[in-house]
Design a protein around this ligand. Structure first.
Ligand code: G4P
Ligand code: NA
Ligand code: NA
Length: 192
């Protein structure tokens, strides 16, 4: 998505440790005009899929998913993050290991919001090692629903998440794939 790549080139800040800060338009301040175009693009890419529901994860996925959902005409469910949970059968959960933040947590969704047989589109802002997306897939599976696809705003193509998910046969659509970045020169290299 050219508009998104241009915006990353213009406003993205590359930090040490291969972290791309996009606080100016995605992760802190949100450019809703851009979110709207992102939502439209997800709909275009998944136009051939029947989608019943969008699943995302708090916090940064919610804004993107909410605006994309208007193009699909479906509800959004966001998974919550917690340190520990009491499993009583009303909640579905999966463990996630965050490499960026060096911590472990559970992603949790109430089972009544994911029904057997539903087609679920997973949406998130970033894909790095894919742990969050993998956790969401696990929850969908536990609900006996189906992952219709995974829509990502920015994929860090030099980390393993995209490869792992695609190797599992999942359809991953990333609107910008970053194959490399250099903090010294502040340059980002995109996949074509
Ligand atoms: P993974 O799920 O793909 O394995 O990613 P990882 O654990 O490494 O990432 C943890 C968090 O950091 C995620 O947000 C992810 O979206 C974000 N992230 C990963 N790489 C980058 C990056 O280069 N730039 C930015 N801006 N974010 C990155 P989160 O912890 O779930 O936080 P939230 O912002 O959604 O609350
Ligand atoms: Na996220
Ligand atoms: Na994030």
């Amino acid at each position: 998505m050219e508009l998104l790549k241009e915006r990353i080139r213009k406003d993205g800040v590359i930090k040490e440790g291969n972290v791309l800060k996009v606080d100016n338009f995605l992760n802190h301040q949100m450019d809703i005009g851009l979110f709207n175009e992102i939502g439209r693009e997800f709909k275009r890419r998944f136009a051939d899929e029947r989608i019943d529901k969008i699943l995302t994860i708090e916090a940064s996925g919610i804004g993107i998913a909410a605006i994309a959902a208007q193009y699909f005409g479906v509800p959004v469910v966001f998974a919550k993050k917690a340190q520990s949970i009491n499993l009583d059968g009303t909640m579905l959960s999966a463990p996630v290991e965050s490499f960026t933040h060096k911590r472990r947590y559970e992603v949790i969704v109430a089972s009544r919001f994911l029904r057997p047989g539903e087609n679920i589109l997973i949406i998130d802002d970033f894909l790095a090692n894919g742990c969050a997306a993998m956790g969401l897939c696990q929850i969908v599976e536990a609900a006996h629903a189906r992952v219709a696809g995974i829509g990502i705003v920015i994929e860090k193509g030099f980390q393993c998440g995209g490869k792992l998910l695609r190797e599992k046969g999942l359809r991953v659509e990333s609107l910008a794939i970053v194959d490399g970045m250099d903090a010294a020169t502040q340059t980002v290299q995109f996949r074509d």
